[in-house]
Design a protein around this ligand. Structure first.
Ligand code: NDP
Length: 249
């Protein structure tokens, strides 16, 4: 259980990548300043996190199920926390969507917004009232450089991150007087499952009905150059986790 001195930090999407690393880094803080509630939508995916957390599991790290797209899951998770106390909320869960717009269904687009935008908004709504009562809190959102600049063939993903940027800028002003800080993290490419899975899958895809020049450009120019950029500029999840830790200090 968290002590009064510790900050209770709830993180979404801790089964892999950046969320997993943030959870482990904060749970292993040398001064034990954080009690981490690491959440993931499917607890069957917990092994990597628990292996990386080692001894911290059960001490400074606890694990809970949470799907940011499900109202009931979010409500249950927050209600199960002692006094509903979340001092720091890290909205990390997110999904990507890559490809020519003609090849993307409305359902896929809605899923991206439901996860990246409404998922974070749902979390913020659930913890905000208690943060306001306590007059302290920190909300961190994992945005992206694509929350600041459009990138070809990432139209919908980029839009979901832009939406989050606007939402947070507006909310931050209202929460200031309650001593609640809102921070956005905007990483460039990060080496995680996110990127590898997506590049592999889309490289194999067929795009019937899409202008052949667009498909050629997407497969022969855009995808290989993205892989190069990831290799040349990609950061590790540890580097992003260090950045989050700095923001909290
Ligand atoms: P990963 O795919 O490794 O991790 C994404 C996490 O989000 C997974 O734990 C996944 O869970 C979880 N997730 C997806 N949908 C839901 C949901 N409905 N409820 C709860 N959890 C969910 O990717 P990253 O670590 O790279 O991504 C983390 C964040 O960083 C995202 O918001 C992404 O947009 C952002 N980002 C990533 C960059 C990159 O290059 N990798 C660059 C800039 C920003 P599950 O295991 O169940 O799928």
């Amino acid at each position: 259980m968290a002590s009064e001195e510790q900050k209770v930090v709830l993180i979404t999407g801790c089964s892999s990548g950046i969320g997993l690393r943030i959870a482990v880094m904060l749970a292993k803080d040398e001064k034990k300043r954080y009690h981490v509630i690491a959440t993931m939508r499917d607890l069957k995916r917990k092994d990597k996190l628990l292996e990386a957390a080692g001894d911290a599991y059960g001490k400074t790290l606890t694990l809970k199920a949470l799907d940011v797209c499900e109202d009931e899951s979010v409500r249950q998770c927050i209600s199960s926390i002692k006094d509903r106390r979340v001092d720091v909320l890290i909205n990390n869960a997110g999904i990507g969507l890559l490809g020519p717009l003609e090849a993307i269904s409305m359902e896929e687009m809605r899923k991206v917004f439901e996860t990246n935008f409404f998922g974070a908004v749902r979390m913020i709504k659930e913890v905000m009232v208690d943060m306001k009562k306590r007059r302290r809190g920190h909300i961190i959102v994992m945005s992206s450089v694509m929350g600041l600049q459009g990138v070809v063939f990432n139209d919908v993903y980029t839009a979901s991150k832009f939406a989050m940027e606007g939402f947070c800028e507006s909310l931050a002003v209202q929460l200031l007087k309650f001593n609640i800080t809102v921070s956005m993290i905007e990483p460039g490419p990060v080496h995680t499952e996110f990127e590898v899975k997506m590049m592999d899958e889309v490289a194999k895809m067929e795009y019937p009905g899409v202008d052949p020049d667009t498909v050629r450009y997407f497969k022969d120019v855009y995808l290989p150059s993205s892989v190069d950029i990831f290799e040349a500029m990609g950061q590790t999840p540890e580097e992003i986790a260090r950045c989050v830790k700095k923001v909290l200090e």
